[in-house]
Write a protein that binds this ligand. Structure first.
Ligand code: SF4
Ligand code: SF4
Ligand code: SF4
Length: 188
């Protein structure tokens, strides 16, 4: 059984927003909402200006509060660890939006169901391709793969770096990990 995960290296991200554009195109995300954002934080002033970038999206919790609170089981987990939403059974109650500590969900203005990042399982990964955001990143700041494959690149990167897991004190066990900006990242 696969266990999908992603690593975002803050040191490599240049904030180009290519990942966001690719996600919107691949997953047909409507205007006004987004499955991911890349935030920027500026410090100092020119010529001593420093910019940090930070990905913001579903962190694909192993212990998912969004799934626990869903009254219709429209939010559910696949065996490979990806949290999905069945828009046909989502009643738009927004319990999951309130329960998500990562502010990762939104109401799709067209379907009126809740939506979020799916690691592109339904659009790309299920057929063997990388997620859209990963495939376009010009600096390889995003790494995606199977944690259960001991020969996978993500296992190698994970073993060679100190990983940070957002809000891990909540016990949600995220599968989106960060390699912190060694020049002074700002997350949390
Ligand atoms: S495509 Fe890569 S470099 Fe560009 S903003 Fe996204 S993660 Fe950062
Ligand atoms: S980040 Fe939010 S939407 Fe994603 S699995 Fe965790 S609780 Fe659910
Ligand atoms: S994995 Fe897919 S759905 Fe998630 S942010 Fe990247 S492109 Fe969007």
């Amino acid at each position: 059984m696969k266990k999908y995960a992603m690593i975002y290296d803050e040191n490599l991200c240049i904030g180009c927003q290519g990942c966001l554009v690719a996600c919107k195109n691949e997953n047909k995300v409507p205007d006004g909402v987004s499955r991911l954002e890349v935030h920027s934080n500026m410090k100092g002033s020119f010529p001593n200006l420093k910019i940090d970038f930070q990905r913001h999206s579903c962190v694909m919790c192993d212990e998912s509060p969004c799934v626990d609170v869903c009254p219709t089981h429209a939010s559910f987990k696949l065996d490979n660890g990806i949290t999905m939403i069945d828009e046909r059974t989502c009643i738009g109650c927004k319990y999951c939006i309130l329960a998500c500590p990562y502010d990762a969900r939104y109401v799709d203005p067209i379907t009126h169901a809740v939506s979020k990042c799916t690691f592109c399982f339904d659009t790309r990964v299920g057929r063997g391709d990388e997620p859209a955001c990963v495939s376009v990143c010009p600096t390889d700041a995003l790494i995606f793969g199977d944690l259960n494959d001991e020969n996978s690149f993500i296992r190698k990167v994970a073993s060679q770096n100190s990983l940070s897991f957002p809000k891990q004190e909540l016990g949600t066990k995220p599968k989106l990990a960060f390699i912190k900006n060694k020049k002074g990242g700002y997350y949390e």
